[in-house]
Design a protein around this ligand. Structure first.
Ligand SMILES: NC(=O)c1ccc[n+]([C@@H]2O[C@H](COP(=O)([O-])OP(=O)(O)OC[C@H]3O[C@@H](n4cnc5c(N)ncnc54)[C@H](OP(=O)(O)O)[C@@H]3O)[C@@H](O)[C@H]2O)c1
Length: 325
């Protein structure tokens, strides 16, 4: 029997048909880990995550700002707070969005993916990534080229597993088939999924499952909208208030805030925060391997981890949530 199988209610789940366990809650470094951010807070957040069993950290070449700085800072933390822990963690990175000037610094061509992976390895100081993703389907590069480039990274020892982020279902299916033929099966799909963004329920979750891949949900709190943060305005220092944040003030609409207020009331009646209910609601779906959180402080993370205590929803609660969104 494997070690994990001996622990009841383990906070880890097998990723698709692989032998890799991922924590049900993972930490993403898109925001809060760049050179513009406070390094000490970022390092404490990462260490707090690790100490609470979050063993998976998600990067991309362009995370910062400036682009690349989240990988540089993560490398520094690996040599600092996480020194000696390389084999206890899963590190992912990605390429596919604009990263450097000229025609080769963007998209999912073989040229971009392989050059970018080399750059990311140098920035982090890693010898290999546990998971390397094509960050998006670029609409131009043939899927065959992208999938074969991902396989080449595995065969070259630069990645252990590969994944697909934001691929439309048809392109994802083709990529999975090629990756299987190349003996580098797709480990995981990464896509936006939250109570406010449910597009993956139509086809993507089923496509991942049919291809033996796991699924990791990014922006599970809709960048903070599914917390109590914006219920009474836009606080200073929140993502929506920061110049470097990807959440725009215009996205905090009255309709969204009203829905968040309704959901907040339901969450309180369950005895938990809105953030925890939003996370638990995703994790109750057996097709979701992991929920990929962001956090601007260790306290947010420890609060959100309480979601693992309340994964059950009654039929009434499910229906009420459906009405509230
Ligand atoms: N593949 C892709 O294309 C893609 C795209 C986007 C994201 N991702 C991945 O997904 C990860 C997570 O994305 P995300 O950061 O948008 O996730 P998120 O979990 O939806 O949002 C995280 C933000 O919500 C706020 N928050 C979290 N817990 C809170 C709490 N308890 N109370 C109040 N506010 C709270 C914080 O914002 P404040 O700064 O306001 O405190 C935090 O930074 C990224 O780091 C990245 O790894 C991937």
């Amino acid at each position: 029997m494997l070690f994990m199988e001996t622990i009841p209610n383990t906070p880890y789940a097998l990723c698709g048909k692989s032998g890799l366990y991922l924590p049900k809650i993972s930490l993403g470094l898109w925001h809060n880990f760049g050179h513009v951010d406070d390094f000490a807070v970022a390092e404490k957040t990462l260490l707090t995550a690790f100490e609470h069993g979050i063993t998976h950290f998600d990067l991309a070449n362009n995370y910062g700002p400036p682009p690349g700085s989240a990988e540089e800072n993560f490398g520094k933390m690996l040599r600092g707070a996480l020194a000696g822990k390389r084999d206890e963690i899963i590190v992912s990175s990605k390429a596919g969005h604009r990263m450097w000037d000229g025609p080769y610094g963007d998209g999912t061509s073989r040229k971009n993916l392989i050059a970018s992976c080399d750059q990311s390895l140098r920035r982090t100081g890693l010898e290999y990534f546990d998971i390397f993703y094509a960050h998006r389907y670029d609409g131009i590069t043939p899927v065959e080229e992208t999938a074969n480039a991902l396989s080449a990274l595995v065969h070259a020892g630069k990645a252990l597993y590969v994944g697909l982020s934001k691929f439309p279902p048809e392109q994802a299916r083709i990529a999975c088939e090629i990756l299987r033929e190349n003996k580098t099966p797709c480990l995981i799909f990464q896509d936006r999924y939250s109570l406010f963004e449910r597009g993956v329920e139509a086809e993507k979750l089923a496509t991942a499952e049919a291809n033996g891949a796991g699924f990791i949900a990014f922006s599970p709190l809709a960048q903070g909208l599914l917390t109590d943060k914006y219920l009474n305005g836009i606080p200073e220092n929140s993502r929506a208030a920061k110049a470097s944040g990807f959440l725009q003030r215009e996205q905090i609409t009255e309709a969204k805030v009203e829905a968040a207020r309704r959901l907040n009331t339901l969450a309180r009646s369950r005895g938990e925060s809105l953030a925890c209910m939003a996370i638990a609601w995703l994790l109750k779906n057996p097709r979701v391997t992991s929920v990929l959180l962001g956090a601007s402080s260790p306290e947010q993370l420890t609060e959100n981890l309480k979601a693992l205590r309340s994964l059950d929803f009654s039929d009434e609660e499910r229906a009420a949530i459906g009405f509230a969104i």
